[in-house]
Design a protein around this ligand. Sequence first.
Ligand SMILES: [Zn+2]
Length: 478
Amino acid sequence: MSQLPKPLFAIRTRAFTITILVLTSLFASAQNTFIIKDVTVIPMNSEKSIPGQAVVIKDGKITEITGVGKLKPLKEATVINGKGKYLVPGLFDMHAHFFQEQGDHKNTCENELKVMLANGLTTVRILAGHPSYLEARAKVRQGIWKGPELFIASPQFAGRWPWPTDFKNFEVADTKEKAVEAVKKYKQEGYDEIKITFMIKREVYDAIVQTAKEEAIRVVGHVGPEVKLPAALAAGQQIEHMDEFIDMLLPDTSYNHGQSVSDMNIWRRNAWATVPYLDESKIPSLVRSVKDAGVYVTPTNFFFFSSFGHGMTDEEYKQRPDYAYIPANIREERWGIKDRYWKNAPPPESRDKYVYLRKKMTYELWKAGVPLMAGSDSPEWFLVTGFSIHDELETFVKAGLTPFAALQTATIHPARHLGIDKRTGTIEAGKEADLLLLDKNPLEEIRNTRSISGVLASGKWYDKKALEKMLEEAKPEK
Ligand SMILES: [Zn+2]
């Protein structure tokens, strides 16, 4: 196919598209109208749940939400029984990756997208871009692949790349000139955001921020010790992992600023030696500075707690549903990484304090009104995108957020950050029908986001059986 002259290929594609359009419009009326009947709606535009509702969906949009008794009869609609169930907006994971970045770089995006959708994710942000991920986004948009709506950040900007690899989901930005060119290029290529990672010099960072502003593309990601939190906040960068927050808790007189347990330093035992000196009383001023900057924060706490904080036993990892979806060679790589850290793990008191401080910061950020977003940072270690979003939501509640506030981090907050809150992120007439039907009430117990009864996305309804089938298809070959 690659030998075909371009125009001919274009004609063929068009003919194919037209055929598909004709076919789909023939079946449109019956298959594209749904009524979810007698359901409790948790719209997420305010803290309420409304029982006894009928939600009408046509061509992927919510056209009406009304009391069951008031609903006019609709011909040719698929009726979904919502009795005793709860309808919430489809969930967002704001920090995800694909397995292609690991192992032998096999493209398994199609299967991974199924796992995401089957777990109730209807929007996912991929945080280290690659051309094949742009292709995945296009395939989902065209309905060729099943999956959530994708936002793809640029290949990650780094001051240098210490690992040998042919898979280029990074951009070495070691001079201002290179960085400026790269920001323009990635904007042109259709990436949604510019992703910052590690070892970026301050002057290069400033050039990225300035160019991104001119190009109207958001800057998101890590904060390194070369940049430090105040500069990232001044730049309005959206911050992942609460990077450098812990560093701000070091006493002013400390010699170790820039070297606490943040970013890549989490691997260094010397960094952990600073933990006993971290001062909780500095949290309020830290939180104020984040609030004043008006930035969104994605803590990705569950990944940090389970990997570096309290940890998990091998048995616990193997019993997670995620485990079956990790390709065998990557599992092996992961056991090696896990052992490397835990063989010489930091003292338990330091790890406890680390977990405690991250929870406390998360809670205080929420209290102060900083918009938090749910991100799993999966796949990492033994966490797989889709399953792990539910752990992250639980971790928010363990930090002291209400279940409603936790749900905001995976619905309306990310929708606002991405600038798509006018069309999704809550359940309202006129909005897209990105919906998750649950057997149990998530406002009573956040773990209930796992009680998935069905998902509606891109105008298609997937009942429990369809979701289970998708999960089965997505399992990697042995
Ligand atoms: Zn990440």
